[in-house]
Structures are given as structure tokens and as C-alpha cells.
Write a protein that binds this ligand. Structure first.
Ligand code: ARG
Length: 510
């Protein structure tokens, strides 16, 4: 196996070596060899074959060579580290691996149930500490979660996924990797983040920039801070004699937090081998898409992914409404969060992408209400022939079938059959709909509220579920579904379940 060092890493590696030489008088050669040595021994320790490319560095031990290739390459058996790992390595002369399979370059999500290989999560952080009773409604929460427990629950979720062989990557790490690899983007990102937080005066822009730059030198800490938000109290008080400083409440949030970030399902969504960077329904969630935008435009794992929607497009659409039925069929909810105009637009872009095999988009018209919010709160696929469903929408439901008209446009056919027949037709076999809460109306309503039908499928017939939805989970067991149960007391206060809290980036073909 070859481990390739992308050019940016190699440059950092050399820069670190140079600094070290200045500081210690040590020559570049031995220092570099030490680094390479420790890389190699860590590889050997982890049972992997040696490593590393051709180039300027001395051969040592089992090292074949060191590559400084200009771009990430992929190919069978090729692995690479992220820039952060290498910087860390250079600093401490020790090793930490984050193996990323280059075979998972880009995204591949052509179903809701294929073996899950890679998923993007966000571990809830200090943004939850900026939720107050007065801002709950605006920030789309129903209660204030207790952060340490929410984090424990989230870690349990990640652990379940890792144990199932899923590579878990965190949004905050991807973003930090982008900014570490391209430091010139740091300032641009901060300016955009400040502007989109609603700061329009130069004075506040400068105060916030200074505050961040002088307190959050570490990139990941800076990224986390942008997610958490800034309270006026944190900023140095300036003797400005401005009215705003005399009358504004010192506890005011100058930059609002983004507490919904742990629902990584929504700000962007994988569609086959492409992505939709969404325009969100609410102002509070719209800034979340900045991270996805930077990652998909710059991160070597994702750059080059076809983009079917952009955050600058006019209409709103959210990932919770987007379900990949199979390679050819995509379902999208027309809901509180997704406008029909956005679906028209995305359909046009998908059908005009020659690399996409999708030839049918089903638009499900679901009631506009908070309990239904997204299509994935109403139904999700859990096995080849099984869906969980909110009993409230069983029966006739309007579905529009959108297909290309052969002239660059689309044609639409209204379907008025019940959900079961529509799904059976497109899935290609008779499907069973398993109602949330079993047949019990009260249990159904209670568990629907806590995302009983919002499960994350890790392979056909195996799903992650919230522990609190015990009535629904029993029904799933009885239907032969393997439920991986995660704790949910605090996370559920944000009104989203395991599917909302995850964005699959790679699923194996069925
Ligand atoms: N895909 C989902 N169902 N996401 C749930 C998101 C919940 C979040 N509080 C919101 O209102 O936006």
C-alpha cells in the first residue's frame, strides 16, 4: 500500500522541518528521516505495509520514497492523511492516523439502505449553551438540552456506527481541514460568517474579527466558535459613545448560535454521486450551509462533486426532504421546508447532468406542520421492502412524478394512489409500511413527536433508533428489523432522530 502525501501536506511538512532546524540547529535530513521513520513504524504497528513516495527525502528503513504529488490521487489500495494529521505529526514527532479510503473519494449514495460506509456528523457543542427560553422558538428547539448528556448520547451514536464499520467524519474537522490546507480562506470565511450573522457595521466587524483572531488561533477551535455564536459580553467594551453601546443588553447575542447543526441531514444532501447545497427555510439555519459550501468546493475528499443546488438559489429545500429510493428514483417532500419551485429547479439540474442515472423524481406533497416538518419525519426506508411511516399520512397522498421530457425540460404526472402502491412500484417489489407507534394512536403521536419513524439504516434491515420510542421499536423487532438502540433523552429535544443527525456520504451498492 502507498500512502500519498498531498502537496499541501508535503509543503507543511517541509516548512515544519525548516522551522525546527532554525530552532534546534538540527539539519533537515535527520529530522525528516525521523518523521518518516515514525510514520513508517506507525504504519507497521497498525499492520499496514510501508509507505511513502519518491522525492527529496532520504530513504530510511522500509520507506520506499516520499511523494509530493500536486493533487490527491485515488486508486486501489491508496490511502492518504489529512493536512491536520501531518501538521500534528510534524509538531510532535509522533503519529496519529486517520485513514481515509481514497476509494471513497466524492460521494456515493444511491439508496437509503445500502451498507453505510461513511457518514458526516456534528458533535453538539457550545452552540447549545446559547439557547435561551426566549430564543427557543426562533432557533427551532422545544426545550434546552443538557449539553454534557447530549454529547454522551451523540458519542454513543458515533460508537454504534463505528462498530458497524462506518467511517464517522465530523463536519467541524472537515471544515478545519479546509482552512488549514488553504489558510488564505480563513479570512474570507470569517468575513462571510460575520456578514451572514447580520453584522453590517465596520466597527463590529473589526471587533469580532480581532476577538476571534486573538482568542482562537487553532483552526478547529475557531470553527467551533463560529458555530457556538458570540455574546456581547464576551467582546471587549470600547469607549465608543455610541448609543448602541449604552442601551444594548450586554447578554445579547451578537452572532447567533447554530444549535441545529447536529442535524447534519439538512444543510446539504447527497443525491447519487452529487450534492445539493441547500437554501434553508429559516434564517437561523441558513448559515449552516456555509460549512458545506466550503467543504464541497475545497476539501480534497469532496471537491469535484456535481452540485445540483446552490445556497444562493432562490427557493428553499432541506436534506430531510430528500430520499434516495434507488439509482434511478429520487423522492423529495414538498413540505414546510421545501418549496415546489426548488424541486423543479433541482430536477432540471439532475436530469441535465449526463453522469446521473436518475430519471424519475417523486414529489410527495406532505402537510405543512411542525410534526411533519420533513419527508423523513413521515417515512423512511429500513429494509428492501419495508418503510416506517407516520400513520397520520397513510391513505391517499398526492405524489407527482417528474421525468425528463426529452427536450431539456420536464414533464409531470399526478399520481393519486395510496403510498404503498406508489412505493411498491418504484422500489420494484411489494413494500410493507410499518406504522410508528404500532396501531396505537396516542403512542403514535407521542413517538412521532420524538422521531419514531426517523431511523438511520446502516444496512438492509438494521437501523439506529432512539431508545425512548419503545412502542415503535417493539413493532420493528416484531417485523424482523434489527434495532441498534441509542440513548435519546437530550438529543431528542431538538426534534430530530438518527436520520436527521447523520448525512451519509457513501453507501455500497445494493
Ligand atoms: N431531517 C430532519 N427531520 N431534521 C430535523 C431538524 C430539526 C430542527 N430543530 C429543525 O427544526 O430544523
Amino acid at each position: 500500500m502507498i500512502i500519498a502525501l498531498p502537496k499541501v501536506c508535503a509543503e507543511r511538512f517541509l516548512r515544519a522541518a525548516l522551522l525546527r532546524r532554525r530552532a534546534t540547529g538540527q539539519e533537515y535530513g535527520p529530522f525528516a528521516s525521523t518523521l518518516v521513520d515514525s510514520l513508517v513504524s506507525a504504519c507497521l504497528r497498525s499492520g499496514k505495509q510501508t509507505v511513502v513516495g519518491r522525492g527529496r527525502t532520504a530513504k530510511c528503513g522500509k520507506v520506499e520514497s516520499v511523494t509530493t504529488q500536486p493533487t490527491y490521487r485515488d486508486g486501489p489500495g491508496m490511502r492518504f492523511w489529512g493536512a491536520r494529521d501531518l501538521v500534528w505529526l510534524a509538531r510532535f514527532l509522533s503519529v496519529r492516523f486517520q485513514d481515509r479510503r481514497a476509494s471513497m473519494q466524492g460521494v456515493n449514495v444511491k439508496s437509503e439502505i445500502g451498507n453505510l460506509k461513511k457518514v458526516i456528523l456534528h458533535r453538539p457543542g457550545d452552540e447549545l449553551l446559547n439557547l435561551t427560553p426566549n430564543t427557543l422558538e426562533e432557533l427551532l428547539f422545544d426545550d434546552i438540552p443538557f449539553l454534557p448528556v447530549a454529547q454522551e448520547e451523540h458519542d454513543a451514536f458515533a460508537k454504534i456506527l463505528r462498530e458497524e464499520g462506518v467511517e464517522v467524519v465530523y463536519l467541524e474537522d472537515l471544515m478545519a481541514e479546509v482552512l488549514d490546507a488553504k489558510p488564505e480562506l480563513r479570512r474570507q470565511f470569517l468575513d462571510q460568517w460575520i456578514y451572514e450573522a447580520g453584522i453590517r457595521t465596520e466597527m463590529y466587524h473589526d471587533i469580532i474579527t480581532d476577538y476571534i483572531e486573538s482568542n482562537y488561533a487553532d483552526t478547529k477551535a475557531m470553527v467551533m466558535k463560529t458555530m457556538a455564536g458570540i455574546n456581547l459580553q464576551e467582546l471587549p467594551q470600547r469607549d465608543t459613545h455610541l448609543l448602541v453601546d449604552m442601551v444594548s443588553d450586554r447578554c445579547k447575542l451578537v452572532c447567533a448560535p447554530m444549535p441545529n447543526l447536529y442535524f447534519t441531514r439538512d444543510p446539504f444532501a447527497m443525491i447519487g454521486n452529487g450534492v445539493s447545497i441547500n437554501r434553508m427555510y429559516s434564517q437561523t439555519r441558513n448559515r449552516e450551509t456555509i460549512y458545506g459550501d466550503y467543504i464541497f468546493k475545497n476539501h480534497p475528499d469532496f471537491v469535484g462533486t456535481p452540485e445540483y443546488y446552490s445556497r444562493n438559489d432562490t427557493f428553499h429545500i432541506e436534506g430531510g426532504d430528500i430520499l434516495n429510493i434507488n439509482e434511478h428514483v429520487l423522492a423529495i417532500g414538498i413540505s414546510q421546508r421545501t418549496e415546489p419551485d426548488a424541486i423543479d429547479h433541482i430536477a432540471h439540474n439532475i436530469f441535465n447532468d449526463e453522469t446521473s442515472p436518475i430519471d424519475t423524481i417523486l414529489a410527495f406533497n406532505i402537510p405543512v406542520s411542525r410534526a411533519f416538518m420533513h419527508l423523513d419525519t413521515v417515512f423512511t426506508q429500513i429494509d428492501r421492502d419495508k418503510f416506517t411511516i407516520h400513520p397520520g399520512i397513510m391513505g391517499p397522498l398526492t405524489v407527482f412524478e417528474i421525468t425528463p421530457d426529452g427536450k431539456g425540460g420536464t414533464k409531470i404526472r399526478e399520481r393519486n394512489e395510496d403510498l404503498e402502491s406508489v412505493l411498491s412500484e418504484y422500489v420494484g417489489e411489494k413494500v410493507t409500511l410499518i406504522p410508528c407507534g404500532g396501531g396505537d394512536r396516542i403512542a403514535a403521536e407521542r413517538e412521532q413527536w420524538n422521531d419514531g419513524s426517523n431511523t438511520l439504516c446502516v444496512r438492509p434491515g438494521t437501523v439506529v433508533v432512539y431508545q425512548r420510542n419503545n412502542v415503535t421499536n417493539d413493532v420493528l423487532y416484531k417485523n424482523g428489523i434489527n434495532c441498534l438502540v441509542m440513548p435519546s433523552a437530550e438529543l431528542s429535544r431538538g426534534r430530530g432522530g438518527p436520520r436527521c443527525m447523520s448525512m451519509p456520504a457513501w453507501r455500497e451498492a445494493l
